[in-house]
Design a protein. Structure first.
Length: 262
């Protein structure tokens, strides 16, 4: 048995590429603003979590296609756990002094959080597809190629409705989808896996809605009504995103659920 720490075949730092990781934070302010490092680390962390969420969603879509509902639900639970971390992480940015943020904010122009390729992938992969988004990424060949591929692939919503079809439900129209969800909601013990799945999907929707809401409040707290670095209306634009949903039929179906058909 080798002595611990002597001629290791693989080290923690090597496996996690720590040397590369801690060299990725390049500040733009001069003199360097103390808060800029925090700003970069928070957003790089978001991108890593987005990567993991996309990994779990891709797995979920594949498992739904195979009818492996337990495995799909397991990955959806991971998605929701990560998203709760994302919501809490927003408020770490509020530890910056407003004047400290302004010391480097102008250096970010014209970059903007709107340009987060992976967040747009997350929206597309979940079922919220807006072709106009693709135009905003035409300048970035790498991002445009990934988003175009995501746009053309089946989404989480598509996979769920197809799974319901294979389970004997009708889901061709909006009305049929809501009727199917009402049936599942009304008989959870008859359809336990599907009941859990639709609940996890609505959790996913709710978590992203909560993230959007907390993000708006954080931006307003830090910047008031200043315009966004990418030229958007800032808080005004962000507020227009608050009603977006991946699975609108899941939400609307609750309206029609009744006890004993009453």
């Amino acid at each position: 048995m080798e002595e611990y720490g002597k001629n290791p075949k693989l080290s923690y730092n090597e496996y996690l590429k720590v040397a590369d990781l801690i060299d990725l934070q390049k500040t733009l302010s001069d003199p360097v603003s103390h808060d800029e490092l925090l700003f970069i680390i928070i957003h790089q962390t978001y991108e890593l979590w987005f990567k993991q969420i996309l990994h779990e969603i891709d797995g979920t879509i594949a498992w739904m296609a195979e009818g492996r509902m337990f495995r799909a639900n397991h990955s959806l639970k991971a998605v929701n756990k990560i998203e709760k971390v994302l919501v809490g992480q927003i408020h770490v940015l509020e530890s910056m002094a407003q004047i400290g943020f302004l010391e480097f904010r102008d250096k970010l122009n014209p970059a903007s959080g709107f340009q987060s390729m992976q967040f747009r992938e997350l929206e597309f992969a979940s079922g919220l597809k807006d072709e106009k988004i693709l135009k905003f990424f035409e300048f970035d060949e790498f991002a445009h190629e990934r988003l175009t591929r995501r746009f053309g692939e089946p989404s989480l919503a598509d996979a769920f409705w197809k799974l319901l079809e294979r389970e004997g439900f009708h889901s061709g129209t909006k009305e049929e989808r809501m009727e199917s969800i009402v049936e599942i909601l009304g008989h959870p013990e008859k359809y336990p896996d599907l009941f859990i799945m639709q609940d996890l999907l609505i959790d996913h929707d709710e978590n992203i809605a909560a993230w959007r809401h907390h993000h708006v409040l954080m931006v307003e707290r830090m910047l008031g009504m200043k315009r966004g670095t990418g030229g958007s209306e800032g808080v005004g634009y962000l507020r227009t995103t608050l009603e977006k949903k991946f699975f609108p039929e899941l939400w609307e179906a609750r309206t029609y659920l009744e006890v004993n058909g009453q």
